[in-house]
Design a protein around this ligand. Structure first.
Ligand SMILES: *Cc1c(COP(=O)(O)O)cnc(C)c1O
Length: 394
């Protein structure tokens, strides 16, 4: 059967796989051989579900946005990942990976972070489990994201600056990989999105799929049917989108919309619209679409939202794009910021700027009165207050 999910070789269509240096083989193979076995154990699932409920606060509500629905003459639902502990969906994945790391006997956790959201989610679960945590972060990002650096330190993590290259996310990732190569026995590397070598994209998608499975159950109760007409999410690496889409991937009656950050405009040279601008290549161990120069150098992405500011997309999404299973829409900074304000003043929900991008689809596309549309409300706007203040002169 044709599927948009992962195949036995770790590929989504032409994308995915594990293109890694030989020195990483032992770590990645250990994960590949164990992740499904461990995560399918009833005891693992029980512990995962209990923490998602009591610690993260799941299930998150599926909220019918009445005023937004009236304004656009359609049925708009919000999956409220912004209400998760630490303010976004990222914690679903870090809880899953820390439980896996413990069962693999790991004593030390490393992670990379750009804006610091994944670093905070990782530092949180390490504090919860009493495990040592090292977060690699570009020196430039450390200066730009002081509040999240303080949070990580307060949670007991060590924040190590990456001083090479552009001193941002991709350099932090290189440092983390170097650390992992040097510490293969006692260390687990928690990657923050559906990117990286197989099995990471599949593992992270499965931990995040709780978003989509809850949505089905909740829609069944509210609407009497499990399947919406549209599922819509913003895509940085693609984990919140993968989590919402997961149970609907092979049900083509449910339409999938991925929203990317156009930055200052797709053709402005300052953008993160990977599907439009990207070409096939290998980034962080995975074959996917990425932004690169003609001679294959990865180009610096730009978006006003730090979480969408990534030069690649996960292999699942590259395949959704190439196969046309997903529709890709890019939204620029200006429209995203405007939608941050609209959602705040129409529903009383201040979204993360990443999330604001997704809602701007309501301007770009006409929906029917009876369409059921589920937006993944991936995170809350507290972390972006400084940017909102500066932009709107609040
Ligand atoms: C990190 C982040 C994103 C982007 O990451 P994905 O892996 O694409 O989900 C989106 N929204 C919020 C709130 C984030 O923190």
């Amino acid at each position: 059967m044709k599927t948009y999910n992962i195949d036995h070789n770790g590929f989504y269509g032409d994308f995915g796989g594990a293109f890694i240096p030989e020195m990483l083989y032992p770590n990645v193979i250990e994960l590949k051989e164990n992740y499904n076995k461990i995560t399918n154990e009833p005891q693992f699932q029980k512990e995962f579900e209990k923490l998602l409920k009591d610690y993260v606060g799941r299930p998150t509500p599926l909220y019918f946005a009445k005023r937004l629905s009236e304004k656009f003459n359609t049925k708009v639902y919000l999956k409220r990942e912004d209400l998760c502990h630490t303010g976004a969906h990222k914690i679903n994945n870090t809880i899953g990976q820390i439980l896996l790391a413990k069962r693999l006997g790991k004593k030390r956790i490393i992670a990379e972070t750009g804006a610091g959201q994944h670093g905070v989610a990782t530092a949180t679960v390490c504090a919860l489990m009493g495990i040592k945590c090292i977060v690699y972060m570009g020196e430039v990002d450390i200066k730009r994201q002081a509040p999240n650096v303080a949070r990580m330190k307060m949670l007991g993590a060590e924040v190590k600056p990456a001083k090479s290259g552009s001193k941002t996310l991709k350099d932090a990732t290189n440092e983390a990989i170097r650390d992992w190569i040097n510490n293969p026995i006692d260390t687990h590397y928690i990657i923050g999105s559906v990117v990286g070598p197989h099995p990471y994209p599949d593992m992270v998608a499965k931990f995040q799929s709780v978003i989509g499975f809850e949505t089905k159950q909740q829609l069944k109760k509210i609407e009497g049917k499990e399947d919406p007409d549209y599922v819509i999410a913003c895509v940085g690496g693609g984990s919140n989108a993968a989590g919402l889409f997961y149970p609907f991937l092979d049900n083509e009656k449910v339409k999938i919309i991925c929203v990317e950050a156009a930055g200052k405009g797709v053709n402005s040279g300052e953008s993160a619209a990977t599907s439009v601008l990207g070409k096939e290549g290998i980034i962080h161990g995975s074959k996917t679409l990425l932004m690169q120069s003609d001679d294959g150098q990865i180009t610096e992405p730009y978006s006003i939202s730090a979480g969408l500011d990534y030069p690649g997309i996960g292999p699942m999404h590259a395949n959704l794009y190439k196969s046309k299973r997903g529709e890709f829409i890019s939204i620029d900074d200006k429209d995203a910021m405007r939608w941050g304000l609209i959602l705040s003043q129409t529903e009383g929900i201040i979204p993360a700027i990443e999330t604001s991008h997704a809602f701007a689809v309501l301007d770009k596309k006409k929906f029917d009165r009876n369409d059921i549309i589920v937006f993944n409300c991936s995170g809350r706007g507290d972390k972006d207050l400084e940017t909102y203040i500066e932009y709107f002169k609040l």
